[in-house]
Design a protein around this ligand. Structure first.
Ligand code: AMP
Ligand code: MG
Length: 344
């Protein structure tokens, strides 16, 4: 179901009026915001953009112009395509195939998946393995909906398989091999950002100058909100309907990782979906991390990374990277800003 914020702006030039008069076919330039929300990748996605388009008034003005509908359809299709290829829950996804076969033999994969694995490897190296897509070797034993978690013995058995260096990438033929029989990988910490990046490119290619794409906690912004910045809210980690911070942003990406997204509490301990690869357990030092920067893929992976690293090591890493900033909420619910966001 499409939802629209209609701003009734009609620009009718003098020349156009003459033309309309002569032809008796009223053509106006119509400009407005379009929005659409949908479910994909196990989360809520959203697209919003400003579009100026010529349209005949004979086409009911309330209908979505074809150009806007095409843009929305292309964004939905792109998110679904990425989900189909990279979901660990779909048995026929490229990722599932890799998880089934790569411990036995090298598997040739698409250049797209190969590139994403390369990017995941870069962030793993940068963070000394805090970001590690092989976390899934233990991660798949957690079921947050059904409050299931692995025992200490099961975690210890799985830990040797958690090591990004065990993913052997061969650029010569785009193949991948796992060098441990129990390695499983999961792209939940990077794929949504990648999907946002691709969808922003679709908006741009369609001539959009002001737009927003989000998938769960990952948001990409094209331009500003027509002369004003976009106001992006960072959720309050312990009050579902509230925001902890609002940030004015333009032409940037922001991703938030929070321990409130997928979790259950047992005996006072919160078991959630961001796993410290060194322990096989949920990271606990901070409760929310937002990273701001240009590239939605890296911003997504970095928010997960900083969450695992915790306040001191996380801030140290972000402050080392010129093009990225972070807002961290620690487990005492105190806000911390990286150097570039602090007022002098
Ligand atoms: P995000 O949605 O960006 O906050 O990332 C959380 C998701 O990243 C989880 O749902 C997992 O799919 C994945 N993940 C969890 N722990 C790690 C980790 N240490 N390294 C890489 N990915 C992870
Ligand atoms: Mg992330």
């Amino acid at each position: 179901m499409f939802v629209f914020t209609r701003l009734p702006i009609k620009i009718v030039s003098c020349h156009l009026l003459c033309f309309i008069f002569l032809m008796s076919v009223p053509i106006t330039a119509q400009a407005q915001w379009y929005q659409h929300s949908f479910e994909v990748m196990g989360t809520q996605a959203h697209v919003e953009f400003w579009l100026e388009s010529e349209t005949s008034e004979q086409v009911a003005i309330k209908e979505v112009p074809l150009a806007a509908r095409n843009i929305i359809d292309s964004v939905v299709a792109e998110m679904q395509r990425i989900d189909q290829g990279m979901s660990p829950y779909k048995a026929d996804s490229e990722l599932s195939k890799l998880n089934r076969l790569a411990a036995m033999r090298p598997v040739v994969i698409s250049p797209e998946l190969f590139d994403l694995l390369k990017n995941a490897e870069k962030i793993a190296e940068l963070s000394d393995g805090a970001f590690d897509i092989t976390y899934a070797s233990v991660g798949y034993q957690y079921d947050y909906r059904n409050k299931q978690k692995p025992s200490q013995a099961q975690i210890e058995q799985a830990l040797p398989a958690i090591n990004y260096r065990g993913i052997v990438l061969d650029q010569s033929n785009n193949s991948v091999r796992f060098n441990h029989p129990k390695i499983k990988i999961d792209l939940g910490g990077i794929a949504k950002g990648y999907a946002v990046k691709n969808c922003l490119a679709l908006l741009k290619a369609a001539g959009v100058k002001h737009g927003l794409i989000s998938a769960g906690g990952d948001t990409g912004l094209l331009g500003d909100r027509r002369g004003r910045p976009w106001l992006v809210g960072i959720k309050h980690p312990r009050a579902e309907q509230k925001n902890a911070v609002h940030l004015p942003l333009a032409n940037e990406a922001i991703s938030t990782s929070g321990d409130y997204e997928r979790y259950f509490v047992e005996d006072g301990t919160r078991y959630h979906h961001i796993i410290n690869p060194k322990t096989g357990k949920s990271a606990w030092q901070v409760v929310s991390v937002s990273v701001i920067g240009q590239d939605p893929t890296y911003v997504d992976a970095l928010s997960t990374t900083i969450f695992v690293l915790g306040l001191e090591r996380g801030m140290a890493l972000i402050n080392r990277l010129d093009d990225y900033e972070a807002i961290i909420i620690d487990n005492q619910q105190t806000l911390h800003f990286s150097q570039g966001l602090q007022q002098n």
